[in-house]
Design a protein around this ligand. Structure first.
Ligand SMILES: [Zn+2]
Length: 233
């Protein structure tokens, strides 16, 4: 009986406040969905998960030793993906993080090169920023990944102790200097000897991922790989 009441309530709520696709406004059946099938399939896939030596991996050559790297989609301004990331980071749409995480997770689950991964670790947010936003978007993405790809989720391997200005500083060396010491290894035992996959929303300059990756490598994982939702390099 209780289930019947709940179903009826959801049915009425759906009629009064239909849940719509963020891309084309088509009414969606499930609250967990953000885009309809057509809009999801229009997101520009990189196929990096199956491509060794892809542009994202090349970006880390000589900077931080990684086993593999992938990003699910190409980012461009004013695209649906751009809208989704704005909703995730600045408009409290946590469900977008889980949704994007699931899309990335489906790709990882099918990619032979990523099958050896032992655990996933979302790039940490500074505690002050976490207090303001209320959540870490990379952690939501990691939870989305985990819901479709059964890998262990670790949250305490490293912490973020400082801020960076990586978006505004153009010089690469300067950027790198700014990022030094922004992340610190926190719990070595959670990653030592493990094949770690570091997760973030966007790979912009790679400087943040490089800095966090360097901190994680101090914990002597068996390998370090990287996966993001979007690629903008
Ligand atoms: Zn749509």
């Amino acid at each position: 009986m209780h289930q019947l009441v709940e179903d009826s309530f959801h049915g009425i709520a759906h009629l009064l406040f239909p849940h719509c696709c963020m891309g084309c406004n088509t009414v969606l059946e499930h609250r967990k969905e953000i885009l309809c099938y057509a809009c999801s399939s229009l997101l520009p896939r990189t196929n990096f998960e199956n491509q060794e030596g892809n542009p994202l991996e090349k970006c880390f050559y000589g900077r931080v030793p990684i086993a593999s790297a992938t990003a699910a989609f190409y980012f461009s301004r004013k695209s649906i993906l751009h809208q989704l990331l704005v909703c995730l980071k600045y408009k409290q749409h946590k469900e977008v993080g889980w949704f994007m995480g699931r899309l990335l997770g489906y790709q990882l689950a099918k990619a032979a090169r990523f099958q050896e991964i032992d655990l996933i670790f979302p790039l940490p947010l500074h505690p002050n920023k976490l207090k303001i936003r209320g959540y870490n978007q990379a952690a939501l993405i990691a939870e989305g990944i985990q819901s479709v790809w059964s890998k262990k989720l670790v949250l305490d391997a490293a912490i973020r102790t400082g801020f960076s200005q990586s978006q505004t500083v153009s010089n690469r060396v300067h950027r790198w200097q700014k990022m030094q010491g922004v992340f610190q290894l926190e719990n070595q035992s959670s990653i030592q000897g493990k094949r770690v996959l570091l997760i973030d929303d966007v790979a912009t300059t790679g400087a943040t991922l490089e800095a966090c990756g360097s901190a994680l490598l101090q914990g002597k994982p068996a390998s370090l790989s990287i996966a993001t939702v979007a690629y903008t390099l």
